[in-house]
Write a protein that binds this ligand. Structure first.
Ligand SMILES: [Mn+2]
Length: 325
């Protein structure tokens, strides 16, 4: 990481403007990593205008600096450097993608195994790190920056999101060592855990109940599948943040190896989320369905340019083949 951090430092020297961004529908790790690295860059490259693109939603609005994030409508393609974090450029929103393409320098900082360095001036990739926030911690150390409580809150949000509160297989001794350093700054970590992992809107609980009661089991009970239509979202007054956590709730059923959740985005556009217990590499599976897919071995997603029924058929077919391999 030291060499990469030095390269990033050199690339940022003299930059007038830096835009950091995660993928569409940013999660706790991408919000924490973007806001965290933005703080480091502001402290080190004071000449630059630094901003983070994305909608923090209700869940992350309590994090430091979240109120200053730029919504898509406010993004003009006039940034010297665009840094994509925690998900590759295929998952940018239209407005951010325009800024990315217009930038002088393009950077990726990511831990997703399906992300490649192609199309970037600098690629900092670390699939072995549990979270992109863990990578920001390494950049902090390489730059000999200061870990203050606000930065610690941001990085803690990311590390607990991506490890499911230190429960997933990606949790390592280094993850706990990082968490210990974050807690030593005196942050109220329990409040971050409630906001990031536990609290939800009533609409989200109702949505979860409806998806669970209509869940289907396939392939001898090894696959659970849930479906969310636009009509259901409208009926409950639910939005995309209310969908968080539902695909996990379908995974830990006895016998289930993979859970799949299909959400209707628009007519002919379906968002797919996968979770796996490890037997099936769902990042590869998502990528095999579309180039707009990828993620981690046990947590992945894709945008399918097809309706819900067609999407479900192709997902179940691919899962059947993967399970019988
Ligand atoms: Mn991540």
């Amino acid at each position: 990481m030291k060499q990469h951090a030095a390269k990033l430092d050199a690339l940022l020297a003299g930059a007038q403007s830096v835009l950091l961004t995660g993928p569409v529908d940013p999660d706790g790790d991408s919000v924490g990593a973007c806001l965290g690295l933005a703080r480091l860059i502001r402290a080190r490259h004071g000449q630059a205008r630094v901003a983070v693109a994305g909608d923090p939603g209700l869940r992350y609005s309590m994090l430091p600096d979240a109120a200053g994030m730029l919504l898509d409508a406010d993004i003009v393609p006039d940034w010297n450097v665009v840094i994509v974090m925690d998900g590759d450029k295929s998952r940018l929103t239209l407005e951010v993608d325009a800024a990315f393409k217009a930038a002088n320098k393009r950077v990726i900082v990511d831990h997703h195994g399906t992300t490649t360095s192609e199309g970037y001036d600098l690629a900092i990739l670390s699939p072995q790190t549990e979270s992109t926030c863990g990578m920001v911690m390494e950049i902090l150390d390489a730059w000999q920056g200061t870990l203050d409580p606000d930065l610690a809150k941001l990085l803690y949000a990311g590390v607990i999101f991506d490890t499911g509160g230190f429960r997933y297989s990606n949790t390592k001794p280094s993850t706990h060592r990082m968490a210990a350093r974050l807690l030593e700054t005196g942050i109220e970590h329990d409040l971050i855990a409630v906001a990031v992992l536990m609290e939800r809107r009533a609409q989200g609980l109702q949505l979860s109940a409806r998806v669970q009661s209509n869940m289907e089991l396939h392939h001898q009970g090894r696959v659970s599948c849930g479906v969310i239509t636009q009509a259901l979202l409208q009926e409950l007054g639910a939005n995309s943040t209310d969908v968080e956590g539902i695909v996990e709730s379908l995974l830990y059923l006895q016998g289930v190896q993979v859970s799949a959740l299909l959400t209707e985005r628009a007519p002919g556009v379906t968002k797919l989320s996968f979770r796996s217990r490890g037997q099936v590499d769902v990042a590869q599976l998502a990528r095999s369905l579309t180039t707009r897919g990828g993620g981690h071995q046990r947590a992945a997603g894709a945008t399918l340019m097809m309706g819900l029924d067609e999407g479900k058929d192709s997902v179940l077919k691919a899962l059947g083949e993967a399970l019988n391999r």
